[in-house]
Ligand binder design. Structure first.
Ligand code: FEO
Ligand code: CA
Ligand code: CA
Ligand code: CA
Length: 673
């Protein structure tokens, strides 16, 4: 299935579903020999082809303790480290939180975030208004605390769903974009990017946005930004508007992200390819790249994706006119939340790919480490390690810690070793002979360099979170395209619809190590259906198991929390997306409990713990859109006029609005304690 089939297919009722399907198109041609020999070698392939894991394989994956743990635990009177009464699973028009907690709407699409911003008028939206109001499809949430109970909230706006944002428009990619105007495109561009604004905790314990802080700002697809690192100023980064290759307008498709140890905000540019256009097409209407100088890398990155009509109104998004513009997206962007005059920086040293996130930690040896997945079927897991340790002097916006260092890509060996392969010019195959003239080429063509190193093609690496003691947790969300002969030890299921979570333990408990061990924490999906091949701690209830892990976070007690994005596949579990508390330690390792669930059609992003874990920020993205054909009693595609839910306002004149939810305990205490 290619892009045109997806758009034409009635199976994908809205933009969110189509995006999920677009992700399903693998662009990695290097899928050769991961395959059956590895499985044969370690587990015996038959078990995997049956779709469920044999005992021998399970023991290899989970370790003998995990298998025998439940019985020992029962004897020892095991207790979850997460203290709350589990929520009942389900799916309806609103959100739900475990008893004893408040889940309040903090900010919604269109809410004014600056002192001068106009009130939201959904029937008469303008680009100018949108550029001062909270954007669409909130994804990552971070918090830069300034003082107890006060700080800057940093929120990514990943993309826009025109069919529920604008009256009478419907799905424009399906309609050949005929309803699009420059005005609508400019509203979309202003609804992308990020929002940075002050929030304050009142005496009653409730958080509120302070519009009057002059540091509040929107970052959009038009905000001027600069580059640093090896690709900055390189000829491949130059365009007619920017002959120096040093200034780019905007950031797009900002999915997950991270906060640096010094409190700056990292925005990951994920599906940037979707915003680029070409008018040069073949007889089937597919892009014809034969005249493009950089056709090979464009193909590997899926450029031009033509998900949006921006290239029809802005030449820089049309590769026929500006072939280098796509080389200026797909990076990690750093923003100083306290200084609205500081121009955001795209750090090219961290590579160019469909960056899902950028979660940071300080390694045992003092260096800065950032984990970042490339979210595409059969793409890779990366890690950045700074050259120098973090010090007081280099802990600032624009620090060299984000330009001097080494980018690595992961190879997961069948013996349980993870090897971090350095993406360094001149080392191994990364030479001019193979098309990499300098480190700039590696920064721009990171996927090609990782292909050359033999990295392991994964089941869509979403968020990756460093944890305590040199651990990291990788969300592999799903991969329905993995054929039985493409199964490997780290991606052990063919046609994986529900995904899995890998735990890494870096050597010596040091996040900057170049080797470590890996194991599978859980294989997601319904443990009651043998064919699914799920693996949870057996104490997990019917409420607790989940599918398609996407984002994750640690609370201040070092406990892991997972949020899900099942997309249109939610009908396969019957569960809305939600937030789960997942044990990583002890007898209950692999045990999961449901804490929060989304309204129908929404995916859950964030999560972010702040305020010594007395506050939890969650982002409900695209409510009312995904998989509404499976929503009993609705069973149709949502539109602006007729959505599956009008969460959170439930105002008959208002469509559903992506919103940030703030969770606090009713008694004001630490969450889940
Ligand atoms: Fe934007 Fe990979 O989720
Ligand atoms: Ca995501
Ligand atoms: Ca995270
Ligand atoms: Ca997602």
């Amino acid at each position: 299935m290619d892009r045109k089939d997806i758009i034409d297919s009635q199976d994908y009722g809205n933009k969110a579903e189509a995006f999920e399907a677009f992700d399903d198109i693998p662009t990695n041609p290097h899928l050769g020999n991961t395959i059956g020999d590895v499985i044969q070698e370690r587990y015996g392939r038959r078990d995997f082809l049956r779709g469920s894991l044999g005992v021998a394989a399970t023991a290899s994956l989970f370790g003998a303790t995990a298998l025998t743990a439940p019985k020992q635990a029962a004897a020892a009177g095991r207790q979850s480290r997460y203290v709350f009464d589990e929520l009942q699973w389900g799916n309806d028009v609103t959100h739900h939180i475990a008893e004893g907690y408040n889940a309040d709407i903090l900010v919604r699409w269109g809410d004014p975030i600056t002192a001068d911003a106009p009130d939201f008028d959904v029937m008469n939206q303008t680009p100018e208004a949108q550029a001062q109001q909270f954007g669409y499809n909130n994804d990552y949430v971070g918090f830069a605390e300034v003082a107890p109970g006060r700080g800057m909230l940093c929120v990514n706006h990943e993309y826009t769903n025109e069919e529920v944002m604008f009256p009478g428009l419907g799905r424009q990619d399906r309609a050949g974009f005929e309803g699009m105007t420059r005005e609508i495109v400019d509203i979309e561009m202003a609804a992308h990017g990020g929002s940075v604004f002050e929030i304050v905790k009142g005496d009653d314990g409730a958080w509120a946005l302070n519009r009057d802080n002059p540091a509040n700002r929107r970052i959009t697809a038009n905000t001027p930004m600069t580059f640093d690192g090896p690709a900055a100023g390189h000829p491949r980064m130059r365009t007619s508007a920017d002959p120096a290759g040093m200034t780019v307008l905007g950031t797009i498709n900002n999915c997950a992200g991270g906060m640096t140890p010094w409190g700056t905000y990292l925005m990951a540019e994920e599906n940037f390819h979707g915003y680029f256009w070409t008018d040069v097409v073949d007889a089937d209407g597919k892009p014809d790249l034969s005249l493009q100088q950089e056709a090979a890398q464009m193909e590997r990155y899926g450029v031009p994706g033509r998900w949006y009509a921006w290239g029809q109104f802005h030449d820089r998004f049309n590769i026929d006119k500006e072939p280098n513009e796509p080389n200026r997206f797909g990076y990690i962007v750093e923003v100083d939340p306290l200084n609205p005059d500081a121009m955001p920086i795209k750090h090219t040293a961290l590579g160019r790919f469909r960056h899902e996130g950028a979660e940071t930690t300080i390694a045992a040896d003092g260096r800065l480490v950032i984990y970042s997945g490339d979210d595409n079927r059969f793409d890779y897991q990366y890690k950045w390690v700074s050259a120098d340790p973090v010090t007081e002097e280099n802990s600032h916006f624009g620090s060299a810690l984000l330009s001097d260092g080494t980018l690595y890509v992961a190879r997961f060996d069948a013996d349980g070793t993870v090897v971090w392969l350095p993406l360094v010019h001149g080392q191994g195959p990364l030479t001019a002979q193979n098309g990499f003239d300098s480190q700039a080429d590696i920064a721009i063509d990171t996927r090609l360099a990782a292909d050359a190193l033999g990295a392991t093609p994964m089941d869509r690496p979403e968020d990756a979170q460093p944890g305590p003691n040199g651990t990291a947790y990788l969300m592999l969300t799903n991969n329905s395209r993995r054929a039985p002969e493409q199964v490997d030890a780290a991606n052990p299921r063919a046609k994986s619809r529900f995904g899995h979570i890998i735990e890494i333990r870096e050597d010596g408990g040091n996040h900057s190590a170049t080797r470590g061990t890996w194991s599978i924490l859980v294989l997601c999906g319904d443990p009651g259906i043998e064919e699914v091949g799920a693996m949870w701690n057996p104490e997990t209830s019917e409420n607790g198991w989940f599918g398609s892990p996407d984002n994750c976070a640690f609370d201040s007690a070092g406990r892991l929390w997972i949020s899900t994005d099942q997309g249109r596949n939610w009908g396969r579990t019957g569960k809305s997306d939600g937030l789960y508390a997942l044990e990583t330690e002890g007898d209950l390792r692999g045990h999961s409990k449901l804490f929060f669930r989304c309204p129908v059609g929404g995916e859950l992003c964030g999560p972010y713990f702040a305020d010594e874990s007395k506050t939890l920020f969650l982002a409900v993205q695209h409510p009312g859109t995904d998989g509404t054909k499976d929503f009993a009693g609705f069973e149709r595609e949502s539109t602006f006029e007729d959505p599956a839910t009008r969460w959170p306002d439930f105002d008959p004149k208002m469509p559903p609005r992506p919103s940030v939810v703030v969770v606090t305990k009713a008694d004001g205490g630490v969450i889940a304690v």
